[in-house]
Design a protein around this ligand. Structure first.
Ligand code: PSU
Ligand code: MN
Length: 300
């Protein structure tokens, strides 16, 4: 894979079948405010390590896929404003034009699975947007998850989305969803979206057993989602969430924001208009997911 560079640390861990957790980089480059994003990126890797697993943050730098980022590479992703947002369909043009970009869930899941990584942690997945009937905006995350054998630990899908429609799409696409210690789908900034789930697991070992069962049934052709809610004490106040989200969606429509810019716009709007409270809930969710992913990878 000449266009792919895997760090020695990740390569050794994979070769020795030690636990590895993939981390996406769009959350760093486009999902969190600078300069906090770099501190968070380093902290995420630290949390994976402290649970006995190897972190593999994924990005594209100067037209090369990077599986695992060293300090300077992580700094570049966090600080360089010319780093683009890359979904899975953007990978080939980015490589061919020597571009640099942070990878979304769709691009990260694709690249991680292709490198032999079985666990991936993020904040909230993309999904069906609320204005879907008119915009047809459904994140590429869903289709890639339908075709990629990887386990993704997340706090549900971003609450800026149409959550019931997204859950329906996941069912249609054959993507498994397990609630981690909950029988309701998490609501990203909120502990619960209010939507019920069919399956609940209560330990990293149980998730590992589901993963093994999937593999025994035949090579899995789709992803497994482990939906891990943000602790209630750290969720965003639900009333504040609903009010500011309505304003954010109105502002997005009024300003004519489209395509890849929508999600970063909404996340940033919420952070500013909740006085940073949505950011804290987002971080609590991501930290919890990264820790759980490392525990599952270790249990495997
Ligand atoms: N989770 C977060 N913050 C983020 C994202 C996820 O806590 O910024 C990113 C992921 O990279 C996800 C992307 O794939 O948002 C979805 O973007 P879109 O809706 O344009 O597909
Ligand atoms: Mn979109």
């Amino acid at each position: 894979m000449p266009l792919t560079e895997v760090t020695e640390e990740v390569r050794d861990a994979l070769a020795e079948r030690r636990p590895v957790v993939a981390l996406e980089s769009t959350i760093i480059a486009q999902g969190l405010p600078r300069p906090r994003n770099l501190t968070v990126a380093l902290e995420l890797e630290q949390r994976v390590r402290s649970r006995g697993a190897t972190p593999a943050t994924i990005a594209v730098l100067d037209g090369r896929v990077r599986i695992g980022l060293d300090g300077p590479a992580l700094e570049r992703v966090a600080e360089d404003t010319s780093v683009r947002k890359l979904g899975s369909r953007d990978l080939a043009p980015a490589l061919a034009t020597r571009a640099s970009g942070a990878t979304t869930v769709s691009a990260t899941a694709f690249l991680a699975a292709r490198s032999g990584i079985r666990l991936f942690a993020t904040g909230g997945l993309g999904g069906v947007h609320r204005a879907w009937a008119h915009s047809q905006d459904e994140s590429a995350d869903l289709r890639v998850l339908a075709q990629t054998a990887i386990t993704v630990v997340c706090a549900g899908v971003k609450s800026i989305l149409d959550v019931p429609a997204t859950l329906q799409r996941l069912e249609t696409l054959g993507v498994g969803v397990l609630g981690y210690r909950t029988d309701h789908f998490p609501g990203f900034y909120l502990t619960s979206s209010g939507e019920p789930l069919d399956w609940t697991v209560t330990s990293p070992r149980e998730v590992a057993e589901v993963i093994r069962a999937r593999e025994e049934l035949g090579p899995p052709s789709s992803a497994l989602i482990v939906a891990n809610p943000v602790p209630e004490a750290r969720q965003l106040d639900p009333d504040l969430h609903d009010r500011v989200l309505r304003e954010a969606l109105d502002a997005c429509a009024a300003q004519g924001i489209t395509g890849q810019a929508i999600t970063p716009f909404l996340l940033d709007f919420l952070t500013r208009r909740t006085g940073g409270a949505s950011l804290e809930a987002n971080l609590a969710a991501v930290y919890g997911n990264v820790t759980l992913a490392a525990q599952i990878a270790t249990a495997l």
